[in-house]
Unconditional design. Structure first.
Length: 74
């Protein structure tokens, strides 16, 4: 069945049923931003402090959220 046919059938459902379906589908998706990591909290905090110091010293340039998202989508 095509997405268009499925969509047409879904739109015939009550708002309550559509909301339940949307929730079921949403929960079935994996988090696209999840990054598994073996780094401990202590090491992660140390790394964050190191990165902050690099920014403060001007060793690295920051990116706006918009620019970061653009690069990630490329």
């Amino acid at each position: 069945m095509s997405i268009d046919k499925i969509t047409n059938q879904i739109l015939k459902l009550s708002p309550h049923d559509r909301a339940n379906l949307a929730e079921t589908i949403w929960e079935s998706l994996e988090d696209p931003y999840f990054v598994s990591s073996d780094i401990s909290d202590k090491k992660a905090i140390a790394l964050a402090k190191q990165r902050d110091n690099e920014i403060e010293r001007g060793d690295v340039a920051t990116l706006s959220h918009k620019k970061l998202m653009y690069r990630l989508r490329k």
